[in-house]
Write a protein that binds this ligand. Structure first.
Ligand SMILES: [Zn+2]
Length: 419
């Protein structure tokens, strides 16, 4: 290694197993996850990975280096992976729905909960009534836990304001969370998504066309600079294929990238619409048909599975094996939300995918990192540990990555490192 190569912001060394999930082979690494033992990483002054190699070369490098102030991070022989990329959350909300969870367990239907003014209405009302400060504090607290469980990039959707004022407030909060060093959660990458078409708010119940009009003609143009993605909830209980097509087409024209909540509760036509419009991802897919999956594959739509919903609703888990056999690229995400998946823990999703959805450890690690990045169209920047990518790492308190998915129900993450 040449002396002038050490223009480093940091060196991560003494990595027992570097599970790089590299998409191009790394010299010295092996297997489908490109695992490198006794490795080190050099991170340049821009926060990009500039070198991956054997740890023993670092001593020699430091000995002959003229640079005095490189930050050395010691991984103490543990496992290092890319940070998790959680490509689907509804993390900004107020209110508490614990009671609803238990009522559902006792057999109360979601329709009955809605008739009682519960369900999403609980969250919408609490979110509308919360101040910006309260919403921000709640989100910051949740992000600290997101980080503690190993996630370094998190997508966050709006969708509990369902009017101009509160949807905008939520987008402002989401944007303020992105890599904001003044906040106690420190650096985390946050990707904002506008989900005005989450539910028809009660004041529009008898005039749903007017709400779609509001989303298309006022919200989408107003928020185009504040959100990267536009998402829709395409279900019989929410928005029809025709309504979603109108919203997403306008969003695409305005420069949004597209996502679809598709075929979760019924065969809604959402995954087919995602393929038709070139969405980046279609999420849920419990009821997608073989033809729908073929259309998604042909269009390059990422299939995002959300096992936390099946866990919460006690519904059958969608088969990841079936999607993989269809040739789809599968991502896993938490769907962190107060109603149907109250968990920010990607390790839990990975474990559920392995135990209940037919995924191998290799597939589940890929689905929670690089494929999560693909579901956010960020695969050129994050999701694997490769030269040129951002340094966004998860440091684990284990010495063999095969413990992931095996040692379950505990947090195996020691810390994350985002430079
Ligand atoms: Zn969702």
């Amino acid at each position: 290694m040449e002396k002038q190569q050490l223009q480093a912001r940091a060196i991560v060394r003494n990595i027992g197993q570097l599970v790089s999930i590299a998409q191009a082979p790394i010299v010295g690494a092996s297997g489908s996850l490109q695992v490198y033992t006794n490795a080190a990483i050099i991170v340049d002054n821009e926060g990009a990975i500039s070198w991956i190699g054997p740890d023993h070369e670092i001593d020699e490098l430091l000995a002959c280096s003229e640079q005095q102030t490189v930050n050395i991070v010691d991984a103490y022989g543990c496992v290092v992976t890319p940070g998790f990329v959680d490509s689907h959350t509804h993390l900004v909300f107020a209110g508490d729905r614990a009671e609803e969870f238990h009522l559902r367990r006792q057999g109360m239907s979601y329709g009955e909960l809605l008739r009682q003014g519960r369900g999403i209405l609980t969250t919408m009302n609490a979110t509308r009534n919360a101040s910006q400060e309260v919403l921000l504090d709640l989100a910051v607290e949740r992000l600290a836990s997101v980080r503690a469980h190993g996630t370094t990039t998190v997508e966050i959707k709006t969708g509990y304001g369902l009017n101009m004022e509160v949807e905008e407030r939520c987008l402002q909060i989401i944007n303020s969370l992105n890599c904001n060093p003044s906040l106690p959660h420190e650096h985390i990458r946050v990707v904002p998504t506008f989900l005005g078409a989450h539910s028809v708010p009660p004041e529009y119940r008898t005039q749903r066309a007017a709400y779609v009009e509001l989303v298309v003609e006022e919200m989408l143009p107003a928020f185009a600079e504040m959100a990267r993605f536009c998402d829709v909830y395409c279900e019989n209980e929410a928005f029809s294929v025709e309504e979603c097509r109108r919203i997403l087409t306008r969003a695409r024209d305005l420069g949004y990238q597209l996502k679809v909540h598709a075929d979760q509760l019924n065969p809604s036509g959402g995954s087919r619409l995602a393929a038709e419009l070139g969405a980046v991802s279609a999420d849920h897919l419990d009821h997608a048909s073989d033809a729908d999956l073929d259309a998604m594959r042909e269009a390059g739509v990422i299939a995002t599975l959300l096992p936390g919903c099946s866990y919460t609703l006690r519904s059958p888990y969608p088969s990841a094996r079936r999607l993989l056999d269809h040739g789809l690229t599968v991502a896993l995400a938490t769907d962190y939300n107060p109603g149907t998946s109250y968990s920010e823990n990607m390790q839990m999703m990975l474990g559920l995918a392995m135990s209940a959805m037919g995924m191998s450890l290799e597939e589940a690690l890929t689905a929670t990192t690089i494929n999560g990045a693909r579901a956010l169209a960020l695969q050129d920047q994050i999701g694997s540990i490769e030269v040129g990518k951002r340094c966004e790492l998860a440091l684990w308190s284990i010495h063999d990555y095969h413990e992931i998915g095996y040692h379950f129900g505990v947090n195996l993450i020691q810390s994350i490192l985002v430079l």
